[in-house]
Design a protein around this ligand. Sequence first.
Ligand code: 5AD
Ligand code: SF4
Length: 471
Amino acid sequence: MVDLIGKLQDEARQGEAIAPKAGDTRSYARKFYIESYGCQMNFADSEIIASILQESGYGATRNAEEADLVFLNTCSIREKAEQTVRKRLTEFKSLKKSNPGMLIGMLGCMAERLKTTLLEEEKLVDMVVGPDAYRTLPVLINQADSGQKGINVLLSREETYADISPVRLNSNGVTAFVSIMRGCNNMCAFCVVPFTRGRERSRDAFSVVAECRDLWDKGYKEVTLLGQNVDSYYWHYPETGTQVTFANLLEMVAQVHPDLRVRFSTSHPKDITDEVLHVMAKHENICKYIHLPVQSGSTRILQLMNRTYTREWYLAKVKRIMEVMPDCGISSDIITGFCTETEEDHKDTLDLMKQSGYDFSYMFKYSERPGTLAAKRYEDDVPEEVKRSRLEEIVSLQNRLSLESNKRDLGKTFKVLIEGESKRSSQDWMGRTSHSKVVVFPKENKSLKPGDYVMVKVNDCTQGTLLGQTI
Ligand code: 5AD
Ligand code: SF4
């Protein structure tokens, strides 16, 4: 069985750069092309990078062949993601043969992790730029132009790119990501992020709100606030003594406009507060949906993973969410086959999935990452075939849970934000409910357009989609 959902996260979002800013009439002598891999955070970073490059006089292109600068914004989270990037770099290297002036740059987490390997040993790239060094790109490009290798992988304790207004790449004009913090201070044993993205730091609350207001003014209808662990967001204004928690920030963004939908990702079960739940319940425009990764349903494995909560704690959180918002959607990330995982631990995970009733999950086989706590302390001892068969079981259970959850929505009417045309048919619109379910419905009413809210009654469903009719 294919891990479709997990695969989606690993899939490249290719060539998302693109057209200069609206109203930008400058002609650019040199063009850049950028491909993003990995998580939403990385995708948001590519928009910051595009902004830095455009401000320095480089124009975006969707076509790598006509680019003078080719960038891959990379992910290190699983080995497979790294392999994909290596393959892509080799392809670009051959493209360079027909365009010797072209520079290839590796950005993001892999740049941080592999530093000089790709630059010096494998000679695949001209520039290596870590996640906190994007402001230095113009200087590094100049260096690389003059034949030196351009490298900056310094991690920062302060950089949040707060003042940079991202260029919205490949945008549907309706939904946008807004980065509210960077890095991560949790030391989950499996995860490379604290090493590749550095210490956690929050971004000035007013700059977050200003970016959301600007998006609203430009016609956007939904913002997703992004961070590795949004619940530990914290900003402090020493002049006034004002403190801003994530619950405060969420409320400030919700107040930008009642028709601006607000989402956020990712929440850590140990940090999500009642205050956040109450702010969510209070504002209709904060979407009733929480991505709450559990990783494993076994307390023993959770301890080894250094997640700092137990199975019971997690289930109590889910219960609390449902008490405060009975209609809230919940999704999860699950890793199967972590070090020493037994059949019993695996059964605990299946059982917890059922009890939580996830609407969907991102599901992964454990992949050991160099330098992590798990790599140092434990043996990656669950055989590949066991990982595979456990993943299959987890995926098929999730498929069943998703279908059951969708069936419960049959006959109900939802407020749907239209995001665009359905991928399957130009006769249908695709949009999302507050609890993040995809809804497809016929374009009967000619006056509707992307960005409109519409009431849709659900009359059918698949495991991944609700099907309905406008009312
Ligand atoms: N192996 C497999 N999955 C991982 N994730 C993070 N590190 C690893 C790893 N080493 C998953 C976690 C995390 C998601 C973004 O990726 O489930 O929540
Ligand atoms: Fe994003 Fe983590 Fe991958 Fe880095 S390693 S791109 S933070 S998912």
